[in-house]
Design a protein around this ligand. Structure first.
Ligand SMILES: [Mg+2]
Length: 188
């Protein structure tokens, strides 16, 4: 079994198979922090045994203030199945919009997730027939997506939000996210 190590303080990649940008920070620190879903090192996740991606929707796959999934996100999602990944959307959203977009993408959705609570993640894992060790949570918020994944011991990937538009309480939490991330910047 390969030894897992993290980047050193200069950001140099040490030995191991951790995806780009991965390091352990804290219960709130994502394992990886990238600029977009397209920047996620899927090969490294696969090598680490990840077979299921639990994806956030708003500001992860499409901007919260639009109803159109960008072509880049659409192509990325389409490529996941061909790589062998199973996918389930886990969203705090419950509106018709979320269901319609999910249908357009051909994905499964667990809505009303109340992230970071564990129930929706566990439901998504059950639907995907996967163990926590086989799953990675991908999302744009530390206090919902990343914390929820971490509390269940899953891998986590934080992506930069696609839009500055978000719910008022989320915009407030963004300030706390900046404190937790301590100047950490997303991998391009
Ligand atoms: Mg989101």
């Amino acid at each position: 079994m390969p030894r897992r190590t993290s980047r050193d303080h200069d950001g140099r990649e040490a030995h191991g198979t951790r995806p780009r940008g991965m390091r352990h920070v804290s219960v709130l620190g994502p394992d990886a922090y990238v600029s977009s879903v397209q920047a996620i090192d899927l090969d490294a996740l696969w090598r680490d045994g990840v077979r299921v991606l639990l994806l956030d929707l708003d500001n992860t796959l499409l901007p919260r203030d639009t109803n159109v999934v960008p072509a880049g996100s659409r192509a990325w999602v389409a490529g996941l199945a061909s790589r062998g990944f199973r996918v389930c959307l886990v969203s705090n959203n419950w509106h018709e919009r979320a269901h319609r977009i999910t249908g357009e993408l051909g994905l499964d959705l667990v809505d009303r997730a109340i992230k970071p609570l564990p129930f929706a993640f566990l439901k998504a894992l059950s639907r995907a027939g996967a163990r926590r060790s086989e799953a990675a949570v991908v999302g744009d918020q530390l206090f919902t997506d990343i914390l929820g994944g971490k509390l269940l011991g899953m891998r986590t990937v934080l992506v930069s939000p696609l839009s500055a538009t978000d719910l008022p309480h989320t915009l407030l939490l963004r300030r706390l996210e900046a404190v937790v991330l301590k100047g950490r910047v997303p991998q391009p």
